[in-house]
Design a protein around this ligand. Structure first.
Ligand code: BV8
Ligand code: ZN
Length: 242
């Protein structure tokens, strides 16, 4: 790990007044949760393209397979534990989290729920696909197979944002406010490919916030990322934040 960069990043964090964290699947990778564009050995994962399954079209063409895939992911999450990166950030309750992740590992590490904005929803709930208003918590250990909404008969589906779906407006507006008022944004474990979520990083950079990226690979964002620290979130975050 580049000690010089780490010292520089720690300096910036030490001086920053308002720090937020933008995170992606790489934050949960060391908890055993597959990244979106990683190569999971598991048959279901490699047999299907997550981009196809996490989409409105994927659900329309084969709803049962999409539910099975989410239930497979729910089983993985049920066995997962927060990793050192989640725990290091939980030690700083003032941090606001804008996460693309649908898992609850930040909350399970102790981050207050009110400090976590799930830009792409939560895998721990189902909602009516016809958006009639019915939403139910589900058991990660024993999730239900494909089923109908009790209210209107449409299918129930995970309360996540699929490709082609808009992000929850209230969460989005809160995230924009955060990005306008911070002076430092940690960008952890994201490939910077999904929009409009990643445009929040561009918004923060545009208003003068310093951007510190922690990732195992270089992200080709056109951000003037002031600092890009290459390495695993679980190794770097404790050193950055302790
Ligand atoms: C929408 C579902 C429009 C939940 C997900 C421009 C503007 C607006 C939209 C678009 C646009 N251009 C394209 C679009 C369409 C699309 C999009 O962005 N496509 C991309 C792929 C090109 N966007 C949408 O469809 C969005 N909706 O725009 O609606 C609209 C407008 C009006 C009316 C109707 C519609 C919706 C996007 C949300 C999609 N849902 N997930 C779920 O099942 O999880 S996105 C999915 O990708 C996950 O949420 C994931 O979090 C997200 C982003 O991926 P990352 O988190 O970055 O994860 P990834 O695997 O890619 O990368 C991991 C990184 O970590 C890697 O860099 C790796 O090197 C690193 N890493 C690995 N291990 C570690 C590590 N780093 C540190 N430590 C480690 N240990
Ligand atoms: Zn319904």
């Amino acid at each position: 790990m580049d000690e010089k960069l780490l010292t520089q990043a720690r300096d910036i964090l030490g001086k920053a007044e308002r720090v937020a964290v933008f995170s992606g699947a790489g934050l949960s990778a060391e908890s055993g949760i597959a990244t979106f564009r990683g190569q999971e050995p598991d048959a279901l994962w490699s047999r299907f393209d997550p981009m196809q399954l996490a989409s409105v079209e994927g659900f329309a063409s084969d709803p049962a397979t999409v539910i099975d895939w989410y239930n497979w992911r729910r089983g993985k999450l049920a066995q997962a534990q927060p990793n050192a990166a989640h725990r290091a950030m939980a030690g700083h309750p003032g941090l606001m989290h804008l996460t693309q992740n649908v898992d609850d590992l930040l909350e399970r590490a102790g981050v207050p729920e009110s400090n976590v904005l799930h830009l792409h929803g939560s895998i721990g709930k189902d909602r009516c696909h016809a958006a009639c208003g019915i939403e139910e918590d589900i058991s990660l250990e024993k999730p239900e197979p494909l089923r109908q909404c009790k209210g209107c008969g449409a299918y129930m589906r995970p309360a996540v944002v699929w490709f082609g779906e808009t992000l929850p407006q209230d969460i989005w507006s809160q995230a924009e406010v955060v990005c306008m008022e911070i002076d430092c944004l940690l960008v952890i474990g994201t490939s910077a490919t999904v929009y409009p979520a990643f445009s929040l990083v561009e918004l923060a950079a545009g208003q003068g916030s310093q951007i510190i990226v922690v990732n195992t690979e270089a992200i080709d964002s056109n951000q003037g990322a002031l600092i890009e620290i290459s390495g695993k979130a679980g190794d770097i975050l404790p050193k950055l934040l302790d």
